[in-house]
Design a protein around this ligand. Structure first.
Ligand code: SRM
Ligand code: SF4
Length: 566
């Protein structure tokens, strides 16, 4: 790598990492500069590895400009909670933090993390301190490293869920960066003299790009395993976890107008015994570390490394690094990628309530006081809270005697059995987009709920209000709410204008296809009304909407199906 740093074509980020002294940069000094609410440019990039993004309030952009003020800089902080789990005490600490330092809301993300928005520079260090004092962390929630490993957050469904859950935690832990910069900058820990930083896995330049891992347990693909750089699919035989199918090269982000970028679903390349999962994951990460594109960040994800060299190259490289060969893939079947709502009893005899949280935003509204309800529940809950990969929440490990009081709080606060919870809404996801995301072209989280109100009228007219259709929206093609896997999906092009995509499968194994571009709300409703009516009239028994629009050739399948390597 040293040698490659002489290469002027390397992306700017590589040089920033190189001179950052293992991610320290000048973050400390930047934080102390009282003249601006922003950080120095290099530190804006480096702070991502510490779990924060510099943003500004885009709603206030023109007003601030008019007043000749710098943008209202503020920070988003992402919290890593192993398996998306927090105790009641941790929940209360995060809730308080959102009120004290943030914008008063909490965001549950599509990858089982919490996000806090609206944190001013002076509050950033206290925020990260509070998070760590609650025994949570923000490290490696962003940046060119492996992120938290997604998996179903309820291990009490079966012994296999329990085992897989443990493994996800182990992988997450194993691939954390080892630099002590985080502890020095945020927690005032002294650097141990004479002990230089080492990054045995990542080395000094970390990965070429972010890296995402997820584990799914069929028949539920609730974490959208094929959207990840590396996915594992649990294989069960005779009620025993045998091992995992390995799939590689998923990633959904793309850039409008740049044909060399595209969403791609992961390919299944083989099967490994369960005790080999960390070895295989680590080896695959090293392949991406060594061969990933460090010149063009838009072409740096693992999917492009694979497409440039071929799947066979990857498998050969994997075998050669491992010194042994992975086996042929085993059969599996996914039925859905959504969450199942309501109460279920766990194998430990306790209760779990999966609660729909619209686009993951925990806030209070007139007649729907979700934040207050969860605060009151946290005050009595002896169990914990768990985040799903679909921006929802599980109130977990509830004892028999507390079930009624928890339900009573949800009822009182208007959260229990919300009548607006139609099939469409229950299966909806939207990314943050405006007003905090600097990359958004259009609204998503703040707009999709009202679009669903209107679509629900059409669904109702056609007797489909209970029908489960995945609907997803993002404010840009980075695809943070995995729009490319929506049976109906919208990707923002400009304020109030969306590309509409149709035809993903209901279980996350087929991408959707562009149907029409630059649609306004009126256009969207006009386009969808006859398609929904046709679906009501002409669908086969149990046929999902995504499959119907393909069968009727309303759109063609553009992406290859998941390929199995023979
Ligand atoms: Fe994302 C960048 C929000 C899941 C693909 N994503 C961003 C940033 C940080 C914008 C930025 O770089 O300035 C967004 C912050 C918005 C804000 O104001 O909070 C952002 N991404 C999110 C979240 C919060 C969406 C949500 O509403 O839940 C999700 C946080 C997950 C987490 O807890 O870690 C989130 N992002 C995803 C996913 C879904 C997934 O991983 O399952 C994807 C698509 C899968 C993938 O990675 O391919 C995704 N985000 C991206 C990309 C495109 C990456 C690419 O390869 O092209 C970017 C832009 C980038 O990295 O340059 C991005
Ligand atoms: Fe922002 Fe685009 Fe991600 Fe939405 S999809 S959060 S607009 S980067």
């Amino acid at each position: 790598m040293e040698e490659r740093l002489n290469n002027p074509d390397l992306s700017e980020d590589e040089f920033i990492k190189d001179k950052s002294d293992f991610l320290r940069g000048t973050i400390r000094e930047s934080l102390q500069n009282p003249l601006t609410g922003a950080l120095e440019p290099d530190d804006i990039k480096l702070i991502k590895y510490h779990g924060s993004y510099q943003q500004y309030d885009r709603d206030l952009e023109s007003e601030r400009k008019h007043q000749k003020l710098e943008p209202l800089y503020q920070f988003m902080v992402r919290v890593r909670a192993a398996g998306g789990i927090t105790t009641s005490e941790q929940w209360l600490a995060l809730d308080e933090l959102s009120e004290k330092y943030g914008n008063g809301t909490m965001k549950l993300t599509t990858r089982q993390s919490f996000q806090f928005h609206g944190i001013l520079k002076r509050s950033l260090k206290p925020t990260i301190k509070v998070i760590n004092e609650a025994l949570l962390t923000t490290i490696a929630t962003c940046g060119d490293v492996n992120r938290n490993v997604m998996c179903n957050p309820n291990p009490y469904q079966s012994p296999i869920h329990e085992e897989v859950y443990e493994m996800a935690g182990q992988i997450s832990e194993a691939f954390l960066p080892k630099t002590s910069a985080y502890h020095e900058i945020w927690l005032d820990k002294e650097k141990v003299a004479g002990r230089p930083d080492r990054e045995p896995l990542y080395h000094k330049h970390y990965l070429p790009r972010k890296f995402k891992i997820a584990i799914a347990i069929p028949p539920n693909n609730d974490i959208d395993v094929f959207a990840n750089d590396l996915g594992f699919i649990a294989i069960e035989e005779n009620n025993e976890l045998k091992g995992f199918n390995v799939c590689v090269g998923g990633g959904l982000g793309s850039t409008f107008g740049e044909k060399t970028t595209y969403p791609r679903l992961a390919d299944v390349i083989g099967f490994v015994q369960k005790d080999k999962i960390i070895e295989v994951a680590e080896t695959i990460i090293t392949i991406q570390r060594d061969f990933g594109n460090r010149e063009d960040r838009k072409n740096a994800r693992f999917k492009y490394t694979i497409d440039k060299r071929g799947l066979n190259w990857l498998v050969n490289e994997l075998h050669s690094r491992l010194g042994w060969e992975i086996e042929s893939p085993r059969s599996f079947k996914f039925i859905t990628n959504g969450d199942k709502y309501g109460w279920v009893k766990g194998t430990n005899g306790k209760w779990f309530y999966t609660l729909f949280v619209e686009h993951g935003r925990i806030k209070d509204e007139e007649g729907y006081q979700l934040k207050k309800a969860l605060r009151e529940i946290a005050q009595i809950l002896k169990g914990d809270f768990r985040l799903t990969g679909n921006q929802n929440l599980i109130i977990a490990n509830v004892e028999d005697k507390d079930k009624k009081s928890i339900e009573a709080i949800l009822v009182e606060r208007g959260v229990f059995n919300n009548p607006k919870l139609t099939g469409l809404r229950k299966n909806s996801m939207a990314c943050v987009a405006l007003n905090t995301c600097g990359l958004a072209f259009a609204e998503a989280e703040r707009y999709l709920p009202s679009l669903i109100d209107k679509l629900d009228e059409i669904m109702r007219k056609n007797g489909l209000e209970e029908n489960e259709i995945n609907i997803r929206m993002t404010g840009c093609p980075n695809n943070c709410a995995r729009s490319s896997l929506g049976e109906i999906a919208f990707i923002g092009r400009a304020v109030g204008r969306y590309n509409m995509y149709l035809g993903a499968s209901h279980n996350g194994d087929r991408l959707n296809t562009l149907y029409k571009e630059m649609l306004s709300e009126e256009d969207i409703l006009q386009e969808l009304e006859p398609i929904i009516a046709a679906y009501a009239r002409e669908r086969n028994q149990k046929e999902h909407f995504g499959d119907f629009v393909i069968r009727k050739r309303i759109v063609e399948v553009t992406e290859r199906p998941i390929k199995f390597l023979s």
